[in-house]
Design a protein around this ligand. Structure first.
Ligand code: GLU
Length: 467
């Protein structure tokens, strides 16, 4: 096989949404699997809708996902002259022609098609007309002389052979009357010039693939391999909407998903390897191929994503997780953490990560570290701070005062011993302890909380609560 070259070709008209991210991932994995090249092309020819902000969001989204592209991104608009050059060559070779149709004529064709209940197709009236008939002062468009008989077959790696009857495809405009190239021409010229061997994209581009194939052949270019992936649907099978998760990658970053979990999740949206659910990126590179891309639309499912994210959080090294979580904590605090605080986070993270499904939950669980005394218990926690509880807290203060080597184990042993001598259940001590130290009814394991807060802060918070 020649060296594999794939590309991701987003239009910068919005964020990098989840479908685009999956397309990028599949292209990236396919090229990495084959030791090939993964290129990025920004399809910014729609000057009205393309924004620089969207371009930056695409870069950021891909970087966040860890999908590194090779070389400089190709900006499609900047290659306009090259696209036009190919059109002019086709014109010179009789593979394209000038069309002088007026808006009124086109409108007529449209109305006729509508009345006959079929899609509008240009009727080819300038295809073989003598250029001498050209009306004066009209700037023509350039149309591609599409084959009129026979069929165009896409040999698609996912969809199989897809046949289009050529009579269904009209003579496409390749240059507008102002000389600017149109979408399908630009895509074909760019993919050819970039040496793209495999086009992997959403199946909403299948009809474009037929038109593009005709253009490739007319231009004398080699037709690349195609793989059109079914679009992602919502859990109910309907087209993906915002509510379903059709959000930008930055929204997923903000929701506290880890890039590795996201990659794993997106991979499984439409690709499978037996029953494997947890697939590391390394393993994915090894296994990925187009033969196991599913033919029916994958369904987006937040519950699955959350499960996977929880898995990746639990299996993150403490250092990696600290690096991922710290920005969330600092954002919530509105300031940087000092060294002592970082050390505290690091100390409690191993237990916190066992229970969290995303980085926001981790941030939430770490909240007790940052509350100022006297801490405000929430309504549920207040219930564990009645007079009887306060009395038990006072006894615990005495007991804990006597603990010499302050650790989770030593404080737990002391409180357990107390529960036995006082003949109260451990929970009757642990709940007030939790309420007093964290202001909540849910927290990381309570004796880890004691350990990380340290003797002084623990006893001070308990004293506050006992008052
Ligand atoms: N720019 C197109 C899009 O955003 C992709 C075109 C292609 O992959 O050929 O959907």
């Amino acid at each position: 096989m020649t060296k594999v070259v794939t590309r991701f070709a987003p239009s910068p008209t919005g964020y990098l949404h989840i479908g685009g991210a999956r397309t990028a991932l599949f292209n990236w994995l396919f090229s990495r699997h084959h030791g090939g090249t993964f290129l990025l092309r920004i399809e910014d020819t729609d000057r009205e809708r393309s924004t620089d902000d969207a371009v930056q969001k695409i870069f950021q989204g891909l970087k966040w996902l860890g999908l590194d592209w090779d070389g400089e991104p190709v900006m499609q608009f900047s290659r306009m002259n090259r696209h036009a050059e190919v059109a002019h060559k086709m014109l010179a070779e009789g593979k394209a022609y000038h069309c002088y149709c007026s808006q009124e004529e086109l409108e007529e064709m449209r109305n006729k098609a509508k009345a006959e209940g079929r899609p509008m197709r240009y009727d080819g009236r300038w295809r073989d007309r003598d250029p001498k008939d050209a009306p004066a002062g009209v700037k023509p468009v350039v149309r591609f002389k599409a084959p009129q008989a026979g069929s165009t077959v896409i040999k698609d790696h996912v969809q199989g052979d897809v046949t289009f009857q050529n009579e269904q495809l009209d003579d496409l405009i390749i240059l507008r009357s102002d000389g600017t190239p149109t979408y399908n021409l630009s895509v074909v010229v760019d993919d050819h010039d970039m040496g793209v061997t495999h086009i992997i994209r959403g199946d909403d581009h299948l009809t474009n693939a037929a038109r593009q194939t005709q253009l490739y052949l007319a231009a004398g270019f080699v037709v690349p391999d195609f793989a059109h992936i079914p679009l992602i649907h919502g859990p109910d099978g309907a087209k993906l909407s915002k509510r379903h998760g059709a959000l930008g990658t930055e929204a997923y970053a903000d929701m506290g998903y880890l890039p590795a979990a996201m990659r794993n999740y997106l991979l499984r949206l439409g690709w499978s390897h037996g029953d494997e659910e947890i697939i590391s990126t390394q393993q994915a590179i090894e296994w990925f191929g187009l033969d196991h891309v599913g033919r029916s639309p994958a369904r987006f499912d937040f519950a699955k994503l959350n499960n996977l994210n929880g898995h990746y959080i639990r299996h993150s090294s403490d250092d990696d997780l600290l690096a991922a979580a710290l920005p969330f904590v600092e954002k919530k605090l509105g300031r940087a953490c000092n060294q002592a605080e970082v050390a505290q986070i690091k100390a409690i993270l191993p237990t916190v990560k066992e229970r969290a499904k995303d980085l926001n939950e981790i941030t939430e669980a770490l909240g007790f570290l940052f509350v100022a005394r006297p801490i405000q218990a929430d309504a549920a926690a207040q219930k564990h701070l009645d007079d009887a509880a306060k009395a038990r807290i006072r006894t615990m203060i005495e007991t804990l005062n006597g603990v010499s080597d302050w650790t989770a184990a030593s404080t737990e042993a002391a409180v357990r011993a107390l529960s036995e001598t006082q003949q109260v259940k451990l929970g009757q001590l642990a709940q007030p302890l939790r309420a007093a130290l964290t202001g909540r009814t849910v927290s990381p394991p309570i004796f880890d909380v004691l350990a990380v807060l340290g003797r002084e802060e623990t006893l001070a918070r308990l004293a506050d609560a006992a008052r």
